[in-house]
Design a binder for this molecule. Structure first.
Ligand SMILES: C[S@@+](CC[C@H](N)C(=O)[O-])C[C@H]1O[C@@H](n2cnc3c(N)ncnc32)[C@H](O)[C@@H]1O
Length: 256
């Protein structure tokens, strides 16, 4: 039987790898690498570095594939993601079918944690369901970029006894959720926090968290939004890509 391991590798710092992830890395015969865009070279380099550092026995191999891109600027975002995942599934299927022998273990190194805004779990589940031959798979959790962000800013996700929400920036653009005081925002290409400069809120922002390029800014959103906006633009220009996320928190009446 073929086995697939979906391994969360943490969000940047190789020290984020868990003992469970390291044990899983050491079982893998073939690593499937599929990154995209301007960050591709850096992210593939990091994955290879992680393998060199943590795998004791040489003999594993890498198979790289071109990652399909989502069609951008279309009205139906969800449909564009479903289409993208179908394209990715075809690429994954080819790799598992042609590059992994019976009895071998294939590994997908997923950025952060596989359960958070990542399609690998859904795609692998579909591949396993559709496969004429039996395939087994396991999921190994990783440190998410949000955990890394909170640790670097030394803040909790939630204020005492309250709920919080994790959301992509396109949801935040529709408004701060009713009844909540804390949101964790990912995938923001449009400086969505700038919509809240007139409100009594704090922001804890970080880019490339856990890497040598990490930048952190925190403060009252009205006071630091412009600094974050210009820093983001400069960093994106310098690196050619950016990965950033943030916690936005309403100030309680006594802090405001
Ligand atoms: C497709 S999601 C993947 C999230 C990932 N599975 C995780 O657990 O963090 C990519 C988004 O995660 C956030 N992100 C990932 N790595 C980051 C990092 N090192 N620093 C800041 N934000 C990061 C950014 O918001 C980015 O747009």
């Amino acid at each position: 039987m073929k086995t697939l391991l979906i391994i969360g590798i943490g969000a940047g710092d190789p020290d984020f790898l868990t003992v469970q992830a390291i044990k899983a890395l050491n079982r893998v015969d073939v690593f499937f690498l599929m990154d995209k865009g301007a960050s591709k070279d850096s992210l593939i380099h990091l994955r290879k570095h992680i393998c060199e550092r943590f795998i004791e026995q040489p003999g594993y191999r890498f198979v790289e594939a071109e990652c399909p891109e989502r069609v951008r600027g279309v009205a139906d975002y969800r449909a564009s993601v479903v289409d993208l995942n179908q394209d990715k599934q075809r690429v994954f299927e080819q790799m598992v079918h042609h590059e992994l022998a019976e009895g071998e273990v294939g590994g997908f190194l997923v950025w952060g944690d596989p359960a958070l805004y990542d399609s690998t779990l859904r795609i692998v589940e579909d591949i396993v369901q559709a496969s004429p031959e039996p395939i087994t798979y396991e999921v190994i959790p990783g440190i998410t970029s949000l955990q890394a962000l909170a640790a670097r800013h030394k803040v909790c996700f939630n204020s005492i006894g309250q709920a919080f929400q994790v959301m992509p920036a396109r949801r935040l653009a529709e408004g701060f959720p009713e009844g909540l005081d804390s949101v964790l925002v990912m995938l923001d290409a449009r400086d969505t926090y700038c919509l809240f400069v007139d409100q009594e809120m704090d922001i804890y922002w970080g880019a490339y968290v856990g890497t040598a390029d990490e930048v952190l800014i925190a403060g009252k959103v009205g006071e630091v939004a412009e600094e974050i906006r210009s820093t983001r633009a400069e960093l994106r220009e310098r690196h050619g890509w950016i990965m950033d996320s943030y916690l936005l928190r309403r100030r309680s009446a006594d802090e405001a």
